[in-house]
Design a protein. Structure first.
Length: 267
């Protein structure tokens, strides 16, 4: 549980830092596709007796770079690119799992498990998280520019293609560090939902980023502790908590707006 708590802190900070740029660029489905792609990396890591987290990072980075590469060939068909990468990664994962050569159960990575977090995972997660957050800070202004207008950023002299490739690796990092706790199937929700919740507040970019981190911390910690006592997979329950928080914020916002309209009419 202590290992899980340690990893969860880094997940709750890293995921929204990456997710906010994906959401603003309307690429949230890329996060979901890459999260499913990580299963192939996990199985490869287990097959080679290496860290599954490291395997997920390497394979997901390759898939992220592949998506960016294919954008040049399918400029108007992003959904087709995702289908290609999804087919490649899921096909690889199923082939390895069904081959009988995998002597470790990969189910824990599908749904998330508190008990599978090891000290080696803590070190890997710590290193990947620190590098990723530093990269986001260094590329902060360029990423914002690209998120709002990629063509204008290119005209302004920003190396858009190179930064997009770097960002693909950052997404892979966020996904790989989250696998142990959240699980492959609902990992995409932890990248997008806290950001979606923060966007409901209607604040500026910086404040939205801060709020998305706070919502992410609340979602993951609540999901982690409650799932522990309910003896259910933390990934699925954390996704439910994220949806519940989003619905609650929307409801409070609606009620607040109705009260304001009523006050204006009364005055």
């Amino acid at each position: 549980m202590q290992n899980a708590f340690f990893v969860s802190v880094f997940i709750s900070i890293l995921c929204p830092c990456i997710g906010i740029f994906l959401v603003l660029r309307k690429y949230s489905m890329i996060g979901d596709t890459l999260s499913h792609s990580s299963l192939a990396g996990i199985t490869m890591g287990l097959l080679c007796n290496q860290s599954p987290v490291l395997g997920a990072f390497v394979f997901t980075s390759v898939c992220g770079a592949l998506i960016e590469f294919l954008r040049g060939y399918f400029k108007k068909h992003t959904d087709l690119i995702l289908t290609i990468v999804f087919a490649l990664s899921v096909g690889t994962a199923i082939t390895i799992i069904s081959s009988g050569k995998l002597h470790t159960n990969a189910d824990a990575f599908m749904f998330g498990s508190i008990l599978t977090v090891t000290n080696a995972d803590k070190i890997t997660v710590f290193i990947l998280s620190i590098i990723s957050v530093l990269a986001v800070l260094l590329l902060y202004h360029q990423l914002i520019y690209i998120a709002f207008d990629e063509e204008a950023a290119q005209v302004a002299g920003i190396k858009v293609k190179m930064i997009n490739y770097i960002f693909s690796i950052l997404v892979a990092s966020a996904i790989s560090v989250s696998i142990r706790i959240v699980g492959v199937l609902v990992l995409g929700s932890m990248i997008a939902l806290p950001v979606a919740t923060a966007l409901q507040l209607g604040k500026g970019f910086r404040m939205t980023l801060i709020c998305s981190v706070l919502f992410s911390i609340a979602d993951i910690m609540l999901g982690l502790f409650i799932s522990y006592y309910l003896n259910v997979a933390p990934g699925g329950f954390t996704a439910l908590v994220s949806v519940a928080v989003l619905v609650s914020v929307i409801a409070v916002k609606k009620v607040g707006s109705a009260i304001k309209r009523a006050a204006v009419k009364a005055s």
